[in-house]
Write a protein that binds this ligand. Sequence first.
Ligand code: 13P
Length: 249
Amino acid sequence: MRRKIVAGNWKMNMLPDATMSVLEELQTLIEGATAEVVVCVPFTDLNYAYYATQEKKTVHIGAQNMHWEESGAYTGEISPSMLTAINCEYVIIGHSERRQYFAETDETVNKKIKAALAHNLKPIVCVGETLEQREAGETVNVITSQIHNAFEGLEAKDLDNIVVAYEPIWAIGTGKTATSEEANDAIKEIRNQIEKDFSTGDISILYGGSVKPENAKELFTTSDIDGGLVGGASLKADVFSKIVNYDKE
Ligand code: 13P
């Protein structure tokens, strides 16, 4: 079901003490927010994040990656049940940084989505094109095939538990945001592909890439953008809360 979501991706930042203080402050600043709020923290902060938020339950906690296998000889990896055992609710799958630096492919993304769903974890599935692909006019092809391959073998009912994030790689951490029109058009194409594959486009699709308080409202109030996946601007409670509260005066 489409709903407004503002998610933070802390990437490889934040020690446990800071995790708890940022989340404490954030909860006081987002009281009454209409969007669902998710914060995806490093594995080592998950437990702290859960305890810092479990009383108010206004912030949902997510991880940033996981393995698809249940257990075994995969040194350094984290399984879906390791995440659910510590009350993790969401997990980012296929972030471009993982595709770029850690050999994540559409195939591993697909396996991870299936494993996440089988464990009642909600995947936040990332797709997006490089600058080179955009300039070559390949954006629509790239993002629609990424989503088609990522969702292979899923059923329409699975879409309720999945969130998609369109993150053009050239806009991540660069300060260069896609215009609201560019982002909305790309997200429309992703939704059309999902509709083609599952006969419904009723799924939350977020925009990510240099989202900040100044551009959140314009992006999130377009026809097809259901919120944001926010990197750098999610690390400070006062800044991130302004993005969460994009619809307030
Ligand atoms: P920035 O908001 O820092 O550009 O990062 C976006 C992102 O990669 C979120 O997953």
